[in-house]
Design a binder for this molecule. Structure first.
Ligand code: CP
Length: 314
């Protein structure tokens, strides 16, 4: 089995089998992390360009680490010191980079559709590292990988996503991926951040936080994205924390085995209290570790790697 596209733009059009292939391949790479030498020579001679037009800590470093661990050659592009500042278009920038015979582009951009646009005009593989509020597929995959490690099969499991759903590419990729694997997804937040129309994506909408968390197996808490809001959609951070923030009092109303995730970066004491963020029920740093394995798997599979040949590497 192989991926059907040369690109990874989102999970919306990916099959359950393709998602499972990436998760299984990531598990094989994850096993390498505990070895003294974590590098494998699989991408030797291939070049990957990282194009980040928006700030990033986790995703940028995680992709770069994944590329290094696969022994790829890496170019990091800085938009602020590029010819984009002189008026060059994204297409011209990308075509010039591709003319240097690179194999893959990883791109984060503020415009939904930017990754698809590049994928359509370039022969090189394009991986979407987040395109505005549209999708962040590797974040969705690393979240699902972390849930799968904790819960086993996701079929019938209850995942509650809390926060700024309407601005969230992470929420969209989670919803698409989780529902394909049989999970029941509930979305919760203020109505200004969780439009009822989101139910069309296959998730349930619940505005009462107590009801939304009561039967959940996992809470995936999203960051309030102040940078994507043209006007405040809730009165104050304090009010949001009181109504929808996840603290120890909220956790006491969940099943004892329910665990907590957050894609980062966190607004501590707004959507999540520090006691929860650093507490025994969170798996936030496991998500970050799994992110490297997911990105190794995606890069490997898009490069035509044979997952069968990874057997025994762990
Ligand atoms: N989760 C995530 O995408 O984090 P960064 O913005 O730091 O990459």
């Amino acid at each position: 089995m192989a991926l059907s596209s040369k690109d990874l733009i989102g999970l919306e059009h990916m099959s359950q089998e393709e998602i499972t292939l990436i998760l299984d391949t990531a598990d094989a790479f994850r096993a390498v992390f505990d070895r003294p030498v974590r590098k494998v020579p699989i991408m030797r001679g291939k070049t990957v360009v990282n194009l980040f037009f928006e700030p990033s800590t986790r995703t940028r470093i995680s992709f770069e680490l994944a590329e290094q661990r696969l022994s790829a050659d890496i170019i990091n592009f800085s938009a602020s010191s590029s010819s984009l500042k002189k008026g060059e278009t994204l297409r011209d920038t990308a075509e010039n980079i591709a003319a240097m015979k690179i194999d893959m582009i990883v791109m984060r951009h503020s415009s939904p559709g930017a990754a698809q646009y590049l994928a359509d005009v370039l022969d090189a593989s394009v991986i979407n590292a987040g395109d505005g509020p549209h999708e962040h597929p590797t974040q969705g995959l690393l979240d699902i990988m972390t849930m799968r490690h904790k819960l086993g099969s996701l079929d019938g499991k209850k995942v509650t996503i809390i926060g700024d759903i309407s601005h969230s590419r992470v929420a969209r990729s989670n919803i698409y991926g989780l529902t394909k694997l049989g999970a029941e997804v509930t979305l919760c937040g203020p109505p200004t951040m969780v439009p009822g129309a989101m139910e069309q994506l296959g998730a349930k909408v619940e505005y009462d936080l107590k009801k939304a968390v009561r039967d959940a197996d996992v809470l995936n808490i999203l960051r309030i994205q102040l940078e994507r809001q043209s006007q405040m959609v809730f009165p104050s951070n304090r009010e949001y924390a009181l109504m929808f923030g996840i603290d120890e009092d909220v956790l006491r109303t969940t099943k004892p085995e329910c665990f907590v995730m957050h894609p980062g970066p966190m607004n501590r004491e707004v959507e999540i209290s520090s006691a929860v963020a650093d507490g025994p029920r969170q798996v936030i740093l496991d998500q970050v570790t799994n992110g490297v394995a997911i990105r190794m798997a995606v890069i490997y599979l898009l490069s035509g790697g044979d997952p069968g040949s990874l057997a025994g590497r762990g």
